[in-house]
Design a binder for this molecule. Structure first.
Ligand code: FAD
Length: 386
């Protein structure tokens, strides 16, 4: 095997990096994951993820983790309402969708990011993840790389895989192509114990998720496993809106005033979210890789997931693509079809770029539809068709 006697450094312990570590360990490879979080108990932020049968779930199956996944997913959290700015319901699949339908191509079970990370971490050999390892830079050494971190000793690896997300510090060693701003910014908020804190929204949501469209703006929200609720306002804005808005993201009164002004046509039911959110809110300008990005493969460094192809979240593909990258990269690196690592990397990267460009284009198009004047009707058409 090409990886025999080689030490592999995966930088970043998100869904992509940890899936790759698991799949490579199943093939007998020697893997370390360098993760900047202090330890395994660091709170993983963000919405739940829905895994798709042909990508995220395919990787879970290959990693022999379907049983653990089934024990940890959130039955019913994939049920959906589409509403307008007054929270009037135009589409609901709460009565028709079954809680569990593994193996069906359209079943997309939701799981908390934290639960997914826990399943993957528990599947790894002890000491695989080196916590509190914030990668800063690396230099070529003895045919491999010497990695430097903010704290702690440097580490040698024969091969480095960037799984350090959208602001990857390793991507520039491979290409200087940068992601572009998609025109959309999302403002993320969280409500602890939504049943108590936001009873009206909680009752409407009923354990699932809500997509609200009105006046070229969105509110997107979903139930988390611990009874919390994550929500995003999503709107078109300048790239530097987050810095220039003048808002203090730790001040929910200010943010409620902002919402009332910017979402002036939206009814007061949504105010509950701002009144009871934990702070700070997180502004997220949404970026996308150029769809035609390409580069020459290197012999001992590659990338996956958001590091390779950050894309807007409007097709729910980001984490799924990251996990499918992990599956395909693990297969290339451990295949006996290739005579060098560079060949194996090149095959993986060519397929990955093509696949990611299709997903990114779909995400961009969905983003445009969701922030258009007739978003509600377009989205009803889309979900009606499915
Ligand atoms: C608002 C929003 C909603 C989304 N919703 C969905 C969805 O519903 N479905 C979906 O599939 N995708 C969704 N995504 C996209 C998804 O979150 C990402 O595509 C996915 O998390 C990418 O996985 P990854 O493993 O490549 O990177 P990440 O999840 O970003 O993980 C990167 C890891 O690397 C670590 N790291 C970063 N820098 C360093 C460093 N210098 N040194 C060491 N470690 C480092 C981080 O701490 C982190 O653990 C959404 C994204 C956003 C912004």
């Amino acid at each position: 095997m090409l990886l025999a006697n080689k030490l592999i450094a995966i930088v970043g312990g998100g869904p992509g990096g940890l899936t790759l570590a698991r799949l490579l360990q199943l093939k007998g490879a020697n893997v370390r994951v360098y993760e900047r979080d202090l330890d395994k108990d660091a709170r993983v932020q963000g919405s739940t993820l829905d895994l798709h049968d042909e990508s995220g779930l395919a990787a879970i199956r290959k990693a022999n983790l379907l049983v653990a996944f089934k024990e940890n997913f959130l039955p019913g959290a994939d049920k959906k309402l589409i509403v307008n700015e007054r929270a009037e319901v135009f589409f609901s699949d709460h009565e028709t969708k079954v809680d569990e339908n593994f193996g069906h191509e359209h079943f997309r079970p939701e799981i908390d990011r934290g639960s997914l990370r826990k399943i993957l971490l528990e599947s790894l050999q002890p000491e695989t993840v080196v916590w509190d390892s914030h990668f800063i830079s690396m230099e070529a050494q003895n045919g491999g790389w010497l990695l430097h971190f903010k704290k702690g000793p440097s580490a040698f690896a024969d091969m480095v895989i960037a799984a350090d997300g959208a602001n990857s510090k390793i991507r520039p060693y491979i290409t200087d192509i940068k992601a572009f701003y998609s025109g959309v910014t999302m403002l993320e908020g969280n409500v602890y114990h939504s049943k108590k804190a936001t009873p009206h929204i909680d009752a409407l949501n009923n354990g699932g998720k809500i997509m609200a469209f009105g006046n070229k703006k969105n509110v997107l929200l979903g139930q988390k496993g611990n009874g919390d609720l994550g929500f995003y306002t999503s709107f078109k804005a300048d790239e530097n809106w987050a810095a220039n808005s003048g808002l203090n993201y730790a001040d929910k009164t200010q943010l409620l005033t902002w919402f009332k002004k910017e979402y002036s046509e939206w009814s007061s039911i949504w105010y509950e979210l701002f009144e009871n959110a934990t702070t700070p809110f997180i502004p997220r300008p949404i970026y996308c890789i150029p769809l035609n990005q390409t580069w020459k493969s290197l012999p001992n460094v590659t990338m996956l997931g958001d590091a390779a192809h950050v894309m807007p979240p409007f097709a729910g593909e980001g984490a799924n693509m990251a996990m499918l990258d992990a599956l395909e990269l693990s297969e290339s690196l451990t295949s006996d079809k290739y005579s060098t690592l560079q060949e194996a990397i090149s095959f993986y990267e060519t397929t990955m770029r093509r696949r990611a460009a299709i997903a990114a284009q779909e995400s961009l198009e969905n983003g445009e539809r969701m922030h258009a004047e007739d978003a509600l009707n377009t989205m009803l058409d889309m979900f009606g068709r499915h």
